[in-house]
Ligand binder design. Structure first.
Ligand code: ADP
Ligand code: ADP
Length: 225
């Protein structure tokens, strides 16, 4: 799906979190928002997901305005930094939670769909485990499986690696990239880490104080040979 932000502004009282942000993300693209803490990355994702309404401007999916369309009707999968798993549910139940608004794609049974998703994130057979018994990287992969469960047209990832150590981060990053290109799902990824943006992105937008400063492929933006 193609995503567009047209002059999106978001104010909280007198504070401006986003100042006329315009972006266009192509079908199947891995697009990264990068910039320092407080520059507006999370607010941008929240406006795309529908958790927030822009004060001004429009979010469009394939040209359609999403104004008034609630988050669960947008066909968006989200993995947010603080969007933890439910500790009282098993891994399989956490993934199945991602199917609560939809039929399983392809008419598969729910259990089959959960098994297929766990396999996709390299956690085959983990259905009955407790989230607490998993490593941080494994937990984020369960969150990814949950987000992918309904077959979203758009995947939003907000600093999904930030709580992990460097080795796990590197591994998860490669897995996420692999899954994304296999599914061809349009993805908006948020990070404050330039090396992460370089490693995974088709294109990058650099945000600063709620404005888009630069957009381009990572090499153009970071002047790497
Ligand atoms: P980032 O994700 O890049 O760290 P955010 O989008 O979280 O940035 O925040 C952008 C700016 O908007 C920050 O100055 C932040 O304090 C402010 N902000 C975000 N959400 C709210 C809110 N709910 N109320 C007031 N200010 C907010
Ligand atoms: P990030 O990890 O992107 O920097 P934060 O941890 O700053 O995000 O913020 C987490 C949540 O708190 C977000 O949903 C954001 O919208 C909200 N938030 C951020 N800044 C403020 C603020 N000044 N007032 C109220 N809510 C805020």
């Amino acid at each position: 799906m193609k995503l567009q932000l047209d002059n999106v502004s978001k104010r909280y009282g007198t504070a401006t979190a986003l100042d006329s942000v315009s972006l266009s993300v192509e079908e199947g693209e891995f697009f990264t928002l990068v910039g320092p803490s407080g520059c507006g990355k999370t607010t941008t994702l929240r406006c795309i997901a529908g958790f927030e309404s822009p004060t001004e401007g429009a979010v469009r999916f394939d040209g359609e305005s999403m104004a008034g369309v609630p988050p669960e009707a947008r066909g968006v999968g989200v993995v947010f930094q603080n969007y933890a798993l439910f500790p009282h549910l098993t891994v399989g139940e956490n993934v199945a939670y991602g199917l609560r608004f939809t039929d399983t794609p392809g008419g598969n049974s729910r259990d089959d769909r959960v098994a297929e998703l766990l396999e996709l994130v390299d956690l085959a057979g983990f259905e009955d485990r407790d989230p607490d018994s998993l490593s941080g990287g494994q937990q984020q992969r369960v969150a990814l499986a949950r987000a992918l469960a309904p077959g979203p047209d758009l995947l939003l990832l907000d600093e999904p690696m930030s709580a992990l150590d460097a080795r796990l981060r590197d591994r998860l990053r490669r897995q996420v990239k692999h899954i994304q290109s296999e599914l061809g799902v349009t993805t908006v990824y948020v990070t404050h880490d330039q090396s992460e943006a370089l490693a995974v992105s088709d294109r990058v937008a650099v945000l600063n104080r709620g404005r888009v400063e630069q957009v381009g492929n990572p090499r153009e933006v970071y002047h790497r040979p």
